[in-house]
Design a protein around this ligand. Structure first.
Ligand SMILES: Nc1ncnc2c1ncn2[C@@H]1O[C@H](COP(=O)(O)OP(=O)(O)OP(=O)(O)O)[C@@H](O)[C@H]1O
Ligand SMILES: [Mg+2]
Length: 273
């Protein structure tokens, strides 16, 4: 756990900030659930403006990592800074500056599109006139105007995904966490979604995205692979495929999953670098 009061150090009597300039910087981040260790020894740096992919089999710790970085769940130990703020001591401020699209979108099915947008914008700190204006512009930009009074639960998968992205970005966050944002949506919606991601990134938004679609992984600037809570590979798609002597990120994923299952059967720690 980070030490209260950390974040500044005295050098020659002057206070010098030790805050990270990176979008995400974790050190020995760990999360236990009872006797299960979901994330262990995670050292990860994500640069500002990066489109960064977090990959790994089911149960490898992706969602747990994201929830700790969004300051929705406290780490058991280790530390993490997001947009230069400590996830334990400055969670409130982090939540105002990030957007989070959760694995099943987190929409309220029995609220309308407009009500979901209003609810999330309030959670993220938008109020009053600014909120009304921003939401109207936003709904228009993503083509949701004529569905504003439809219940979210009655939207198709693709529209739910658009609404969830709108909810996570209405306050124009500097960093966006997307947990399997394209699961269960059709190819055209997936393509449109990635166009939106790149638009956001071109305006300087840092993106951390998880996916089980390897064509999407190939579109990320850098990737991290998790296996049973450990970081086992990190680099650009090209670097990772070269490192593991494979043709594609999909081949790497399958190979790493095979090793992961083997290590799990033997119950020995993975050689994780
Ligand atoms: N609240 C919780 N209580 C107990 N165990 C949990 C909890 N949340 C996650 N876990 C466990 O932690 C491990 C990591 O789960 P996590 O959801 O982070 O994986 P994931 O990589 O997101 O998987 P998926 O690809 O299926 O979404 C799993 O073994 C999971 O069962
Ligand atoms: Mg998950």
């Amino acid at each position: 756990m980070s030490v209260p009061g950390a974040g500044g150090a005295a050098v020659n009597g002057a206070a010098v900030s030790t805050r990270s300039a990176a979008a995400v910087a974790t050190h020995a981040l760990r999360k236990e659930f009872g006797t299960r260790v979901a994330v262990e020894g995670l050292d990860l740096t994500i640069n500002r403006g990066e489109v960064f992919g977090l990959l790994g089999p089911n149960g490898s710790g992706k969602t747990t990592t994201i929830r700790m970085l969004c300051a929705l769940m406290a780490p058991t130990s280790g530390s993490a800074e997001v947009v230069g703020l400590d996830v334990v001591r400055e969670g409130e401020r982090i939540r105002e500056r990030i957007g989070y699209m959760s694995q099943r979108y987190g929409l309220y099915d029995d609220l309308t599109v407009a009500e979901n947008l209003r609810f999330y914008s309030t959670v993220y700190g938008l109020h009053g006139e600014a909120r009304t204006r921003r939401l109207a512009e936003h709904a228009h930009a993503i083509g949701l105007d004529d569905r504003l009074h439809q219940l979210a639960g009655t939207l198709s998968g693709g529209w739910k995904q658009r609404l969830a992205l709108a909810c996570a970005t209405a306050h124009e966050p500097e960093m966006l966490f997307l947990d399997e944002p394209t699961a269960g949506v059709d190819p055209a919606a997936r393509r449109d979604f990635w166009t939106s991601i790149y638009e956001l990134a071109s305006r300087g938004t840092t993106i951390l995205v998880t996916t089980h679609y390897m064509d999407e992984a190939e579109r990320c600037q850098r990737l991290a692979f998790l296996s049973r809570g450990h970081l086992i590979a990190l680099g650009t798609p090209k670097e990772i495929t070269a490192k593991f002597g494979q043709q594609s990120v999909e081949d790497v994923f399958i190979e790493l999953q095979r090793r992961d299952e083997e290590a799990g059967r033997k119950s020995v720690p993975l050689d994780h670098r």
